[in-house]
Design a protein around this ligand. Structure first.
Ligand code: UD1
Length: 327
């Protein structure tokens, strides 16, 4: 039986991949340093072997990679604005950690490493949709760091013959995404705020668009990338998205309906490093791994709002009755 390693297993995307693997009866090991990951995200993943540790420590990487066949590398500091205030931390968590992991994976004989790339690699070029043949143009330290990770994968694929696969995620959202930080993804922030009756802030005029991708699609793409024939995917970079886009203003209106929020957003100055339009061409993933989005944006948003609504209710109940446990 194959052993899978999920890095960032206590994070939103990592825990979702781990849950899908466990549901298929696979053997899974997870690693996380809890910088952005949450212990609560491990609830339901008890069948996963878990290592608490930082991938910047080569010993943690060596332990994590031991006897592993396939790695899903999701650990990162996923935020554009955070990377602007603290590029060194972003570099350590996205580049240094990736290089350490690759070295350990190579030493341990890991067969395949599937990497969480980012749509930010495309930068702010007006060409839409973004396809993998375009020259990357990172405009934030986060984008540069995630792209550097891609290049390290490519190097390890060439030099050591490791089966490396990059999936460039486009604005992933869904259950378990942390809504509490200033650096959280916009949909997580908006869901939490609007359900609580708080006014969300739109940076810029709200006309910026994103290919918001529901988590199940990204999990699906990862599982396909892990099992596709090596000759199709080794060293490849593929978009993982839906191939459709929506503006932030339109998203706000969808959420207004789903949450029952009655107010208007607050508009504030646009963020540095922000991209105007982001839309993926998903033809390559369709061709190489047979990927098709399985949950569209409206349904994904509905499920996400429902999940935040229920977790909010549970946390209120838990505060009222602290002795009860809510998984
Ligand atoms: C970028 C990447 C994405 C990556 C993510 C990691 C692009 C196109 N996408 O996402 O692939 O996974 O970084 O963090 O580069 N916003 C508000 N109000 C808020 C929060 C955000 O208006 O309270 C706006 C932002 O200014 C931005 C949009 O919402 O225009 C999306 O922001 P966010 O969710 O942080 O993701 P990106 O920066 O687009």
């Amino acid at each position: 039986m194959q052993l899978y390693l999920v890095t960032g297993a206590a994070g939103f995307i990592g825990r979702s991949i781990a849950a899908a693997l466990l549901a298929r009866g696979e053997l899974v090991r997870g690693v996380d340093n809890f910088i952005t990951g949450k212990r609560a995200n491990l609830n339901g993943l008890e069948a996963m072997e878990f290592i608490e540790g930082d991938l910047n420590d080569p010993r943690v990487c060596a332990k994590a990679c031991e006897a592993v066949d396939i790695v899903f590398h999701e650990a990162a500091l996923p935020s554009v604005p955070l990377s602007i205030t603290n590029p060194i931390a972003t570099n350590q968590c996205c580049v240094g950690a990736t290089l350490n992991l690759l070295m350990a994976a190579q030493a341990a004989g890991v067969r395949r490493l599937v990497y969480a790339g980012s749509s930010s690699a495309y930068g702010d070029s007006p060409t839409q949709p973004k396809h993998e043949g375009m020259l990357p143009e990172p405009i934030s330290p986060y984008a540069a760091a995630k792209l550097a990770g891609e290049h390290y994968l490519s190097a390890f694929s060439h030099v050591h013959g490791m089966e490396t696969v990059v999936l460039r995620y486009f604005n992933v959202f869904g259950p378990h995404q942390d809504p509490t930080s200033h650096y959280s993804g916009v949909l997580a922030i908006f869901c939490r705020k609007m359900l609580a009756g708080e006014v969300p802030t739109i940076y810029g005029d709200g006309g910026q668009s994103r290919d918001f991708t529901y988590i199940d699609n990204v999990v699906h793409a990862n599982l396909l990338a892990a099992s596709a024939p090596a000759e199709k995917v080794r060293g490849k970079v593929m978009n993982a998205a839906t191939g459709s886009r929506i503006t932030l203003n339109d998203t706000f209106h969808h959420l207004r309906r789903l949450t029952g929020f009655k107010g208007s957003p607050l508009y504030a100055q646009g963020r540095a490093g922000d991209i105007r339009e982001s839309l993926a061409d998903i033809t390559l993933a369709q061709k190489l791994i047979g990927y098709e989005p399985i949950v569209g944006f409206p349904e994904g948003l509905r499920r996400t709002v429902e999940w935040y609504r229920q977790s909010e209710e549970k946390s209120h109940a838990a505060q009222a009755y602290p002795s009860l446990e809510y998984a």
